[in-house]
Design a protein around this ligand. Structure first.
Ligand SMILES: Nc1ncnc2c1ncn2[C@@H]1O[C@H](COP(=O)(O)OP(=O)(O)OP(=O)(O)O)[C@@H](O)[C@H]1O
Ligand SMILES: [Mg+2]
Length: 167
């Protein structure tokens, strides 16, 4: 397992803080960014994607866990590609869908359950692991793999030092 170049621990005491943190990340996102979202059922991955979609001016009520589709795309100033790999049986189904094409496109890829297929991700990506620490509390562990995505962790550290999140 490759080691991350940098990490960041973020405590979200409630849903509103998760949304606010997603907006901070939304502000830093650039075309081609790949964000892996891991963590148990109900941990907040889709909620996080909805918050970024809203920040991008997309109707967030349109964003749900894509049940039939592996990936759903939402046009905006940067296109959002929302993947959910939970129901994918194997690599054949994953690659057969052609969804890997988005990974080297001009959009931002937000990939729920990316951890199920580690080989699917390009080396350079950001992982966010969601942990349920209370009814409404979540711990987010961000790990930057590769220099392109390390800028997100350093940018977030700068923003958070002025905000009300605890390490
Ligand atoms: N701090 C928080 N951050 C995010 N979601 C929270 C928080 N507190 C409570 N919630 C609730 O937790 C639930 C998270 O559900 P969500 O669908 O985002 O999970 P998920 O990780 O996408 O699960 P799945 O693996 O099933 O797709 C939502 O109902 C949300 O309202
Ligand atoms: Mg989900």
């Amino acid at each position: 397992m490759p080691q991350p170049l940098s990490s960041l621990f973020v405590t979200c005491q409630n849903e509103e803080q998760t949304v606010r943190f997603a907006e901070y990340l939304g502000e830093l996102l650039q075309p081609g960014d790949i964000i892996a979202l891991n963590g148990t059922l109900g941990a907040g991955k889709t909620r996080f994607v909805r918050a970024i979609a809203h920040f991008f001016g997309i109707d967030e009520t349109a964003v749900s866990s894509p049940t039939y589709l592996i990936v759903q795309s939402y046009p905006a100033h940067i296109c959002l590609h929302h993947f959910d790999l939970y129901r994918i049986r194997d690599e054949e189904e994953l690659y057969g869908s052609g969804c890997d094409e988005f990974l080297d496109g001009e959009g931002v890829c937000l990939i729920e359950w990316a951890g199920r297929f580690p080989g699917f991700l390009p080396k350079d990506h950001l992982e966010i692991a969601f942990e349920v620490t209370g009814e409404n509390a979540r711990q987010l562990v961000l790990s930057a793999f590769g220099s392109k995505h390390e800028r997100l962790v350093s940018g977030l550290k700068k923003q958070l030092s002025e905000a009300d999140f605890q390490d």
